[in-house]
Write a protein that binds this ligand. Structure first.
Ligand code: FE
Ligand code: FE
Ligand code: MG
Length: 166
């Protein structure tokens, strides 16, 4: 990154890079969890749920791309080895071992809630310190809030449908 671009950051850049790498690991694991879930899903409302999981998988990959670009711009290196994702992730990876749609929705809601916490804390850390990262984090946080709501409303519809059927 340019020297002035670096100078305007009012916090420890190495510390910031390491926090961004943790979020980067979260995004890849979230991408894979959605991607795999979309392939395996079984049960009522499968088509609607697979469509949503597929969209979210693409969003998480887009987030990984955004975070990686900022890490590189800050002079850092995104985690190069997938085995490091597990070591650095804030949010755990929930393998979609049970392909039932309700279980998948619950697992991914938990993941989104973790992501919201991570990005909210990154917002607080970068506020008034690094506006460029702050704005990127705000954009991603908006997506994660929407993801949680999308999944919760699918879960609600699924439960209403099951109740009606008795
Ligand atoms: Fe994300
Ligand atoms: Fe998300
Ligand atoms: Mg959505």
């Amino acid at each position: 990154m340019g020297s002035v671009g670096r100078k305007i950051i009012g916090m420890d850049i190495e510390e910031l890079i390491s926090l961004l790498n943790r979020a980067f690991a979260d995004e890849w694991l979230a991408h894979y969890q959605y991607w795999m879930g979309a392939k395996l899903a079984k049960g009522p409302m499968k088509d609607a749920i697979i469509a949503e999981l597929t969209l979210h998988a693409a969003d998480e990959m887009r987030h990984a791309t955004m975070v990686a670009a900022r890490i590189i711009q800050l002079g850092g290196t995104p985690l190069i080895r997938p085995e490091d994702w597990y070591k650095h992730a804030n949010c755990s990876y929930d393998a979609p071992e049970d392909p039932y749609v309700r279980t998948l929705l619950e697992q991914n809601i938990k993941g989104e809630q973790c992501a919201i916490g991570v990005y909210n804390s990154l917002l607080n850390i970068t506020r008034d310190k690094d506006i460029v990262t702050y704005e990127m984090v705000a954009t991603i946080l908006k997506d994660e809030v929407e993801h949680e709501e999308d999944l919760e409303s699918l879960l609600e519809d699924l439960d209403l449908m099951m109740k009606k059927r008795g």
